[in-house]
Ligand binder design. Structure first.
Ligand SMILES: CC(=O)SCCNC(=O)CCNC(=O)[C@H](O)C(C)(C)COP(=O)(O)OP(=O)(O)OC[C@H]1O[C@@H](n2cnc3c(N)ncnc32)[C@H](O)[C@@H]1OP(=O)(O)O
Ligand SMILES: N[C@@H](CCO)C(=O)O
Length: 365
């Protein structure tokens, strides 16, 4: 991937669940220039199958003339441990055996990912983060970091995420892991092991990333015959194939367990107590049609993070709206930024107008 740097930590890295990675590598991209007083750092945390290439997957928000403009900010995004895009993960070589980890990759958690970010942060000499932002699994990392290091992050933006992963979310993830496990190749020590199972897992996941209405609009039935090639059929299959072109089943399996591990209250006297430790000025956004991280999870975050602002977003796209509704997200953040500059805590009603905009419908042929 272009513009990617690799940070190498050649020392054992202790994991929350008790394991150890003998060494850690993190693939990251940094855009723009770091200010001398370190006041312009935007740290973006990516989601489940995302990557460090934030200017690609969030091009509506990151880039020249966009909300997060590299001419103004030093924007950094790190491929998470366990992922597929260059950081230490199941396909990496275990230096102790000389072979890829594959199934022996140790259990990692959101906290391990955040701890690994911190190694890189120190290496780069970043003493403070102006804004830490993330959606979904990325938001899980951002809120964890704001709790574990309350003085580090000035502004926190959480989108379509939670403080503790729900039984519903864990059940979705387990169902997807079961799809991988029933692939007969899954037991093999090979980069493509379980890849067909992962295709089925992705298709299932898509249902949770979107919803009934999304499919009704984007995959509306046009067929009158009985040849079984409904648009929703080919869409599900295509999405599985599309992911298989860029990801692996080991990372999928490991990162789904990372998502399940989210519980900011673990060892901190509970979730509410933990959220109360956040010192960053916080904007929490939820998508009303999100079936996977329902909006009540973001309302909960906003309720228990001191002085947080909450914004509900209207989107056709459900959970995936955090990757698609760039215009709406930009607008909400800009309004919030104006208020925090004035040191005013904006009320929900200030944002009401944003919800009334017409929906953008995308029909695929
Ligand atoms: C190296 C890298 O790629 S880094 C990783 C980039 N990805 C990420 O960061 C992960 C987060 N991103 C995502 O999850 C997704 O990209 C999203 C949510 C932002 C957008 O999802 P998409 O799959 O692009 O959108 P959508 O659901 O509308 O599907 C569009 C695709 O399905 C195809 N499609 C739509 N309907 C059908 C159908 N009925 N039958 C078959 N194919 C269909 C379209 O032709 C299109 O194909 P294309 O992606 O090859 O152009
Ligand atoms: N579409 C997102 C969903 C998880 O938030 C991804 O693949 O990362």
């Amino acid at each position: 991937m272009l513009n990617t740097s690799i940070f190498k930590h050649h020392a054992p890295f202790k994991l929350e669940a008790g394991g150890v990675l003998p060494e850690v590598e993190l693939a990251y991209q940094a855009l723009g220039q770091l200010n001398t007083d370190c006041s312009n750092v935007i740290w973006v945390c990516h989601a489940f199958t995302g990557s460090q290439d934030v200017a690609d997957w969030w091009q509506g928000l990151v880039g020249k003339g966009k909300l997060f403009d590299p001419e103004q900010y030093f924007i950094i995004c790190v491929n998470v441990l366990g992922s597929h895009y260059g950081s230490t993960g199941p396909l990496s070589i275990n230096p102790e055996t000389g072979d890829p980890y594959f199934h022996t990759f140790p259990t990692i958690t959101i906290r391990d990912i955040v701890n690994s970010f911190d190694l890189l942060r120190e290496h780069l000499g970043i003493s403070k983060i102006k804004t830490c932002v993330g959606g979904s699994l990325g938001g899980q990392q951002a809120v964890e970091w704001a709790i574990s290091q309350p003085e580090l992050i000035e502004n926190l933006i959480l989108i379509a995420t939670n403080a503790q992963h729900s039984p519903w979310g864990i059940a979705f993830n387990e169902s997807q892991r079961m799809s991988i496990e029933v692939d007969p190749t899954w037991t093999e020590s090979h980069p493509l092991a379980g890849i067909n199972g992962m295709k089925a897992a992705r298709a299932t996941a898509l249902i949770s990333y979107r919803n009934y209405e999304t499919y009704g609009v984007t995959q509306a039935r046009r067929e009158e015959g009985l040849d079984k090639t409904y648009r929703a059929v080919t869409y599900q299959r295509y999405q599985g194939e599309k992911l298989a072109q860029r990801f692996n089943a080991f990372s999928y399996y490991v990162l789904s367990q990372v998502m399940d591990s989210q519980d900011v209250g673990r060892g901190r006297g509970g979730v509410i107590n933990a959220l109360g430790q956040v010192k960053a000025k916080t904007l929490v956004m939820g998508i009303k049609s999100d079936a996977l991280f329902p909006i009540n999870e973001q309302e909960f975050l906003a309720k228990h993070i001191p002085d947080a602002t909450f914004q509900a977003l209207d989107s056709l796209y459900g959970h995936d709206g955090f990757l698609i509704e760039n215009e709406l997200i930009t607008k909400a953040i800009k309004i919030w930024q104006k208020f925090i500059k004035l040191d005013v805590n904006p009320m929900y009603s200030f944002f009401k107008a944003l919800e009334d905009r017409p929906r953008t419908l995308v029909a695929h042929d």
